[in-house]
Structure formats: C-alpha cells, structure tokens
Design a protein around this ligand. Sequence first.
Ligand code: C5J
Length: 226
Amino acid sequence: MSDPLLVEAEPYAYAFDPRHTALLLIDMQRDFVEPGGFGETLGNDVTLLRQVIPPLAAVLAATRAAGMTVIHTREGHLPDLSDCPPAKLGRGAPSLRIGDPGPKGRILIRGEYGHDIIDELAPADGELVVDKPGKGAFYATGLDEVLHEGGIRSLVVTGVTTEVCVHTTVREANDRGYECLVLSDCVGSYFAEFQRYGLEMIAAQGGIFGWVAPSGGYLKALEARS
Ligand code: C5J
C-alpha cells in the first residue's frame, strides 16, 4: 500500500489516498453563479461566486489528470415540483419562485438551461452528476451507496454556497464517516462573513466536520506524486 498524500490544512495535515478520494463539485450551476437564476432572485450578487471558477477549474483539471473520481451535484426539482416541499417553495419573498419562468428557463428545474452546470466546469464523459432536491448531496440521492461501491472514503469538497449546500453536504458526509477537505478558495458565498465563519466552523474543535486548506496545497500534493 502506498503512503497517503498530505495537504497542509487546518486544523492539521489532511491525509488522503487518491484511489479512495473523490472531488465533489457542489452546485456550480448557472442558477447560482450567473445573473437571472435562483441566486439572483433571492437578492444576491452572483458575481461574488464567480471568483471560485478559475481555481476550481485548475483543481478539476489536476484531479482528472490524477485519474481520481470526480462527482458533480446539481440542486433542483422535477418539472411538476413533486419533490419540492411547500416549505421550500413558499419561503421568503424572492423575485421569482422555484419553477417560475426566468431568463434561463424555469428556476431550479431539472432539464432547464439555468439548472445545468456552467460551461467552464462542465462534467466530462463518465463523471457522475448527482441531482439533489435538498441542500445536502446525501439527502434523497444514492450518493452514499455509490461512494461505498467505489471504495471512496475521503472527499475533497468544492462549490457553492459555502454556508448552505457545501456545509450541509460536509456535515452529512462527516456523519457517514467520510473525511472531508474543503478547499477554501474553491467554495464561495454571497456573504463574506458567512464564507469566513463557515470555513472556521468546519475546522474548529480539532476538525469537528473536517479540514480546510487553499487549493495550492492540494495541487502540490498531486504534483509531487506524479
Ligand atoms: C442555496 C446552494 N444557496 N447550492 N443552494 O440555496 O448552496
């Protein structure tokens, strides 16, 4: 068995075996990172999230080159909204609700242009795309089973938004026994303070939910191995 790779991280070095690790890209959808989608209907400035695209594209390329597993998620609902709880549908006062027609198609509906992943990070052939109705990637999806079958025990987590779908997924993964490294420059929030505290919460208390590091250390670890 080869030695695990090490990434300098908070609260201490993260060790992973690329054969048993997957890169998770959470909800890098037009509906969250481009104007006219769900994120904007909630009153957010979506340009803030776009900062993660260049570092995440580099991480995606290096992970693919290393032959590791890559998994994408998309938050969204069936066209008849039967998988969208009324509590989610009716929440708040967005300018457009889930299912309403918007400039990129119906808001957060599977199959619509806005629901799909942005071109810069488009899934490659063979990469799993997990459609999820909730914030967490494990809720009402087969993700846990797929990871078990693939022998995946560690997750390198990226995507948006830090305090919502990234956090929920990391918490779900942690409870299921996965070791998560969150790449701080590859996750984004509409709120600077949520970004900071969201990341701090993951690594606090000896890594209560997991580890946090900028992507540079992860890329270095992969490079050193090749
Ligand atoms: C949100 C997400 N923010 N992907 N979804 O509603 O974080």
